[in-house]
Each structure stands twice: as structure tokens, then as C-alpha cells.
Design a protein around this ligand. Structure first.
Ligand code: ASP
Ligand code: MG
Length: 423
């Protein structure tokens, strides 16, 4: 039996009871004959509470200190979990990200893992320990400062360790039974997916599905580490994410994997842009120089009489202010009229590799939205995804309508959400 990496999210270890329940599950895995490495998140809403605290003492906390603060959350849970395991009569040792060899670049609050050197973890395992690692953190290669990987980064820690330790599987334990055909908090009839390809999972994650982070799936695909997303509250098989289904996951690839939605973005419209070469380049250079990632872009047909056009794009709401400031600064150089900012938008995406070979998916998607009375503001597509922007108020209704129209509704049990405040 091989090495298993298990990751437990904040809602699975929200209190002492949760920690004891998780400890028992870890010990059971060890008893099955596996070597076990556990990556753990901060308890419950600890990270949010620490962020609130930081903002109370300083409106813009310094990145280095902010990371130092946030990593404390995972240190608490890792130590408690190791204690709980020892209490069950098994050996366990906890390690910070730095001790576990998670080396990152030095971009505070959203560092990227550049290397993993898990020497101490190997030694701990060889000595018969269960190794517990604090998720979401590392140490920067050059300055040796403590860094964090961005919200939800523990999943990435788990996959990175699984790759470095050549694990059989990376199990991600969460508060739902797996990856669903839509967010079970919105669509009660969402179905659990038994197996999904890395490709489709990447698109779902990029489109706002919160079960797995995009970066984590990207990492898993690069190193070909199968991920098993499952609940720490039930004993059920969850969702396998891998290149190809194996053994018990033998299922046919669905045409449509699921519907994702995202209400974390805003839309900026640059009004009155001269319709000549170089304008779009100048606009997006200004935004890119501020390290802002944009999502969808639409340029309208220019009005022949004025020679002016409008360009709209979407970006994370959190970056909205900064983008507006940067564009205002470049206004006279670029030569547009004005900016419009709209944060009452939502995005709905339909994802599935099967749409490559099934004509009519797009038409059915738009029909479902129009039947639900939902107006479409922007459209973008990839080979295996169609996304639209609508009013934020319409999103939940639109997701349910599309889910039903594509026959994704389950006819049995309602999806269960075991924990978490969704905060
Ligand atoms: N505790 C961190 C967060 O809440 C990391 C994680 O949970 O993965 O974002
Ligand atoms: Mg968390």
C-alpha cells in the first residue's frame, strides 16, 4: 500500500469535535496500511477572522506581516490534529509549510510554489509517524520570509506534496460529497459527478466552481496526480479528478460536466475609444501593469459616424478600484471618453468536452436562459465552455434553469451540504 496525502478543509476541523473525528479517519487510513501525510486548513472561519483583525489595526496591512499572521491559523489546527492523533495511540508530528519544504516565490498573499523539498516529511514517515502539514503557506526562496498561497491555498499545498512524495492519490476532504454538476447550495437537485477529467475540472474551477482551486487542478494535471474530492462527514466515494477513469470510476464522459457560476467579478466599460490600432493594447497594458487579471473582453462595433467604440471587460471585484485608478491615469494618453463600473453582474458557465462534437449546445443554452427571462450582457466561449454575463440578481435562477434544461437534475436525493458557513 502506498502513500496517501489527505487534505482537510476548515469546515472539517471547525471545532474540537471535528478535529477528533478527522483524527479518527486519518488513523483508519494508517491502519489500512498506508503512509499518511495530512494537509490541514485553519479551523472554521479563522482565516477570515484574522483578516478582520488585521484590517482593524491597519487598513492596508503589510504583505509580510499579513502572511505571518494568516499562517498562524493553520499552525493551530496542525498542532491540535497531531495531539488528537497521539491521543488515539498513534505517532504524529506537525510541520509548518516551511518545515515541510514548501518553497515559494516572494509575492506575499499569493505566492506560487516553485519547489517542494519534503526531506523532513520523508524522515517522519520512515520513522512511522503520520505527518501533519500546515496548508496554504511556504517560505520564500530568496528572502526566507513566510508566504501564503492565496485563499483556499491548502488544496495546492496538498497536491504539491503529493507530487513531491509521489503519492498514489491526493484526497481532498471537504463539506460536500464531491464535485457536483452545479453548486449544491444553489441547485438542490445537483448531482455528484463520479469522475471528471482534469480538462473539464480546470474550466469549472476557472468559471467560479469553488470545490477545487484552479491552481491546484493545474498542478495535479501537470504532475498527473489523481485527486479524490470527498466529504469528511460521510464515508461515501466522492469525485475522482484524473486523466482517465480507473477501475470503479468506469463511466462514460458526460457531454456536459456542469454549470458553474461566479458573482465575484465586476465589469468595466471603456466608453468612446478611438477605433484605431493600438488602443486595446494601451488599455490592457495599463491594467496588466497593475497586475490585474482580466476575464472576458467584448469590443462593440464602432459607430461609423464617430469612429468611436466601447470596450468592456470583466475582472475580480476586489481589483475594480485599482483598475479604474490606473485607467484614469492613462486616460489622456489612450484617449477614451469615460469609464463605467458595474459590480452587479454574475457569470454563468456551461462546461463539458462533449460540446466540441455536439452541435446545438450553445443554442440550447441561450434558449434556457431566454425561457427563464434572463438577459445576456456578454458572451465568451472556449472549446469546452460557454459563459455569459447577466445581472447578479438573475444568477441563481439562471443556473437552475440551465441545469434543468441540460438534463442534469437528479431524481433522487437532494445534495447534502454538511458544514461551512460559505463565508
Ligand atoms: N485557511 C486558508 C483560507 O481560508 C487556506 C485554505 O483554507 O485552504 O483561505
Ligand atoms: Mg478555509
Amino acid at each position: 500500500m502506498g502513500l496517501v496525502v489527505q487534505k482537510y478543509g476548515g469546515s472539517s476541523v471547525a471545532d474540537a469535535e471535528g478535529i477528533k473525528r478527522v483524527a479518527k479517519r486519518i488513523v483508519d487510513t494508517k491502519k489500512d496500511g498506508h503512509q499518511v501525510v495530512v494537509v490541514v486548513s485553519a479551523m472554521g472561519d479563522t482565516t477570515d477572522e484574522l483578516i478582520d483583525l488585521a484590517e482593524q489595526v491597519s487598513p492596508i496591512p503589510a504583505g509580510r506581516e499579513f502572511d505571518m499572521l494568516l499562517t498562524a491559523g493553520e499552525r493551530i489546527s496542525m498542532a491540535l490534529l497531531a495531539m488528537a492523533i497521539k491521543n488515539l495511540g498513534h505517532e504524529a508530528q506537525s510541520f509548518t509549510g516551511s518545515q515541510a519544504g514548501v518553497i515559494t516565490d516572494s509575492v506575499h498573499n499569493k505566492a506560487r510554489i516553485i519547489d517542494v523539498t519534503p526531506g523532513r516529511i520523508r524522515t517522519a514517515l520512515d520513522e512511522g509517524n503520520i505527518a501533519i502539514v500546515a496548508g496554504f503557506q511556504g517560505v520564500s526562496q530568496d528572502k526566507k520570509d513566510i508566504t501564503t498561497l492565496g485563499r483556499g491555498g491548502s488544496d495546492t499545498t496538498a497536491v504539491a506534496l503529493a507530487a513531491a512524495l509521489d503519492a498514489e492519490v491526493c484526497e481532498i476532504y471537504t463539506d460536500v460529497d464531491g464535485v457536483f454538476t452545479a453548486d449544491p447550495r444553489v441547485v438542490k437537485k445537483a448531482k455528484k459527478i463520479d469522475w471528471i477529467s482534469f480538462e473539464d475540472m480546470l474550466e469549472l474551477a476557472a468559471s467560479g466552481s469553488k470545490v477545487l482551486l484552479h491552481r491546484c487542478v493545474e498542478y495535479a494535471r501537470r504532475y498527473n496526480i489523481p485527486i479524490h474530492v470527498r466529504s469528511s462527514f460521510s464515508g461515501l466515494q466522492g469525485t475522482w479528478v484524473s486523466n482517465e477513469p480507473q477501475g470503479a470510476q468506469k463511466v462514460e464522459q458526460a457531454i456536459i460536466s456542469g454549470v458553474a457560476h461566479d458573482t465575484s467579478e465586476a465589469k468595466i466599460t471603456v466608453v468612446g475609444v478611438p477605433d484605431k490600432p493600438g488602443e486595446a493594447a494601451a488599455i490592457f497594458r495599463a491594467v496588466a501593469d497593475a497586475e490585474i487579471n482580466i476575464d472576458m473582453i467584448v469590443q462593440n462595433v464602432s459607430a461609423a459616424s464617430t469612429g468611436l467604440t466601447d470596450i468592456s471587460f470583466t475582472l475580480p471585484k476586489a481589483e475594480g478600484r485599482k483598475a479604474i485608478d490606473e485607467l484614469e491615469k492613462a486616460k489622456s494618453a489612450i484617449g477614451f471618453d469615460s469609464l463605467r463600473y458595474d459590480d452587479q453582474i454574475g457569470k454563468i458557465s456551461l462546461v463539458g468536452a462533449g460540446m466540441k462534437t455536439n452541435p446545438g449546445v450553445t443554442a440550447d443554452f441561450f434558449k434556457a436562459l431566454s425561457d427563464a427571462g434572463v438577459n445576456i450582457e456578454l458572451i465568451s466561449t472556449s472549446e469546452i465552455r460557454i459563459s455569459v454575463v447577466t445581472r447578479a440578481d438573475d444568477v441563481n435562477e439562471a443556473v437552475r434553469a440551465v441545469h434543468t434544461a441540460f438534463g442534469l437534475d437528479s431524481d433522487s436525493d437532494e445534495a447534502v451540504v454538511y458544514g461551512g458557513t460559505g463565508r
